[in-house]
Design a protein around this ligand. Structure first.
Ligand SMILES: Cc1cc2nc3c(=O)[nH]c(=O)nc-3n(C[C@H](O)[C@H](O)[C@H](O)COP(=O)(O)O)c2cc1C
Length: 302
């Protein structure tokens, strides 16, 4: 014990002398470093180094995890960024699409406006002399209405004229039809079977001036009176618009719209109106309502 103490005391004294001499510490340490002290130093340094190594290893070893986590996080961030970018790209695309849609809507509106400007108004259609209302109608005894002074179809024709301002033309045969209902049906049936073309009393003045021809007739034996065929075959309807209307007692228009189209090549035949003869004759307001609605749908009345 005493020996150790003496050694320690000697070391302290030696250390004090060295310090006082002012020589460089490190060099002195290195130069004075004994293998023991060196080894001691190495020994004491080793844990330090190892700590550094450990730290560095820890750092290095932990970095990959951190890195992976970070990478993962960064990846997430990147993905999120990409998504954001995609989203903003999509938003941009969406705004682009919205803009395109708005432009299309604007174009459609402009087309509609242009179309509206091109489509003549009912006033323009009826204001001129371009509408003809040609009709066949027979007064006398008729089905369901007794003896009438004005034919059912004529009643409707006058309503159309009142709405459109068109010119009326009565299709009449040189040989009148019997006033008696039953006799008339017999004559009409005969003409139908013979595909007759009864002669008419008059022609339309300046027919070419009309663009629209309302064509009225009673349903006779599921067809038009043969006098109406005579009328259709007397003119060139190419480029004209034909608007059929018929009175009847149950058969409606039948296939008369097709027959008109077949007889008038090059003409446009619009959807026709069918009104019961007894309604036209005895329920005028009801008939007028049907006429006005139909004219409105076809664009001939406001
Ligand atoms: C000769 C003749 C044939 C007729 N055939 C039919 C017919 O097949 N189907 C029908 O629903 N009405 C028929 N009717 C009834 C008329 O179509 C109906 O009374 C019509 O409104 C008459 O029109 P008008 O008064 O303008 O001549 C016929 C009437 C007559 C005089």
């Amino acid at each position: 014990m005493k020996k150790i103490f003496a050694m320690l005391l000697a070391s302290v004294m030696l250390f004090s002398l060295t310090a006082c001499s002012g020589t460089n510490t490190a060099g002195g340490a290195e130069s004075t470093g004994t293998p023991q002290s060196s080894s001691t130093a190495e020994g004491t340094d080793t844990p330090g180094e190892s700590q550094e190594t450990a730290l560095s290893e820890t750092t290095e070893s932990s970095l990959p995890y951190e890195s992976e986590d970070m990478q993962a996080a960064n990846g997430d961030t990147q993905a999120a960024n990409e998504e954001t970018q995609t989203a903003s790209g999509e938003t941009q695309t969406a705004s682009g699409e919205t803009q395109a849609a708005n432009e299309e809507t604007q174009a459609v509106n402009e087309d509609t406006r242009a179309a509206n400007e091109e489509t003549p108004t009912a006033e323009e259609k009826s204001g001129g002399t371009n509408i003809l209302i040609a009709y066949f109608s027979r007064a006398g005894e008729n089905y369901n209405v007794g003896v009438i002074e004005k034919g059912n179809t004529e009643v409707i024709a006058e309503m159309i004229a009142g709405q459109t301002g068109g010119a009326l033309f009565h299709i009449e045969t040189v040989t009148p039809y019997p006033e008696d209902y039953r006799e008339c049906t017999n004559v009409a049936q005969q003409e139908l079977q013979n595909n007759a073309r009864p002669e008419l009393t008059a022609t339309v003045d300046r027919f070419d001036d009309y663009d629209v021809v309302f064509l009225g007739y009673p349903n006779w034996w599921g067809d038009m009176p043969m006098a109406v065929y005579t009328f259709l075959e007397s003119y060139d309807f190419a480029g004209k618009t034909i608007v059929p209307f018929a009175t009847h007692e149950g058969s409606g228009l039948a296939s008369t719209e097709n027959s008109i189209a077949a007889a008038c090549s090059g003409a446009e035949v619009l959807d026709g109106l069918a009104v019961r003869g007894s309604v036209a004759q005895n329920s005028r307001e009801e008939a007028r309502g049907a006429v006005v609605n139909w004219l409105r749908e076809a664009g001939f009345a406001d």
